[in-house]
Design a protein around this ligand. Sequence first.
Ligand SMILES: O=C(O)CCC(=O)C(=O)O
Length: 250
Amino acid sequence: MLSADQKAFYDANGYLLITGFIGAEEAAQLRAEVHAIAARQGPTNATWSSVADQGTVLEHSHDVQFRSAAFTRLLVDPRLTGVFTSLIGPNVQLHHNKMFIKPPERGSPFPMHQDYGYFPHRGTSMTAVILHLDDAPNAKGCVRLYPGSHKLGPQEAIGQDHTVDPDRFPLDSALPIEAKAGDLLVFNYLTVHGSGLNVSEEPRTTWLAQVRDPEDEPISEQHQSRGQGMMLAGIDPRTVPFQFAWQSTA
Ligand SMILES: O=C(O)CCC(=O)C(=O)O
């Protein structure tokens, strides 16, 4: 569970870095799982289209719990669900999860954006966690964000990458959230964030999950994935018949 101070910081700033969320050994084991998944699946490049002309690479997989049971366990780990329930309430539903490796010297940046642009909902319960599986200093392209930007509400989302206005929210002026292996970054889907290029000699390895209150419904079904709707804590109190995301006619 989060302390009252952590919750107050999160409410004011739209993010919270929890240092030492898992131990170094556990982070190293999960890091090895991510790199083994990447080796099994072969080359991928999820670099966003607006920065795809720079020759950079972003290795990734969605739905990581279908790749390794280590991530199925992680999704319902009481340490993690404790963070979620502190912020969202007793009922917590998986939206999606994914892994990223920014390779050394050419690991792609993420342009500044709000996750709202990708999966808008009626409320603001959607919460992301990024678990750092190795150190993420500035040179590795750590996450950068604008504290308090969640209070501005949805911003105009530009182009296919749903980026925010780069003049108003430049990447370079955003606060770098340097992290160590085992640190957990939590942020709201309205918090403006992105990250820079990995110019270091080591990969940056992370796992990211997005969760919501099941009663906070999507405005449009535009970001569906396997496992979406899985309850990580509590119940889905809605009385409507359950539909898998891919059965939706919306
Ligand atoms: O991992 C990062 O640097 C940012 C990831 C991100 O913003 C996203 O997946 O929407």
